[in-house]
Design a protein around this ligand. Structure first.
Ligand code: RB5
Length: 148
């Protein structure tokens, strides 16, 4: 799978560490920035990752900022994006199984490096269960269409 990754300055370290986990799982990483430590604006990177998925260039994404909250708010403005802010492995598993989340958002200042890597591994190795959950995702898509 091709996975788009993005962060602001506050999420740079966890993004890099989580990317190494994804590479070890056999995924191809598409780096959407930022790549430096200077202060930047998280919506710019949420947009790059979301658009890579919308275009079909990548299948899933990873976004990290200080809390993960700004990234998730911004990414979920994009049609077809289901960005999930996860703070534990349980949430990562359930949001893949039930919500078919296609972007993992994390806060480096919240979860830290070790837990963040574990969350990323669970998220990117868990499959969507479909069935009754697909009907609910269809309703989210209808909401998107009504509010476009
Ligand atoms: C940057 O200071 C911080 O606001 C950002 O990383 C993020 O936490 C926003 O939601």
């Amino acid at each position: 799978m091709r996975i788009a990754i993005g962060s602001d300055h506050a999420g740079l370290n966890l993004k890099r560490e989580a990317a190494a986990v994804l590479t070890s799982l056999g995924h191809e990483i598409v780096e959407c920035g930022t790549t430096g430590t200077e202060s930047v604006d998280y919506p710019d990177y949420a947009a790059k990752v979301a658009e890579a998925i919308q275009k079909g260039d990548c299948q899933m994404g990873l976004l990290v900022c200080g809390t993960g909250i700004g990234m998730s708010i911004a990414a979920n403005k994009f049609k077809g994006i289901r960005a999930a802010l996860c703070t534990c492995e349980w949430e990562a598993r359930l949001t893949r199984q039930h919500n078919n989340a296609n972007i993992l958002c994390m806060g480096e200042r919240v979860v830290g490096i070790g837990l963040g890597k574990a969350i990323a591994e669970v998220f990117f190795t868990t499959e969507f269960e479909g069935g009754r959950h697909q009907k609910r995702l269809d309703k989210i898509a209808l909401i998107e269409d009504r509010n476009a």
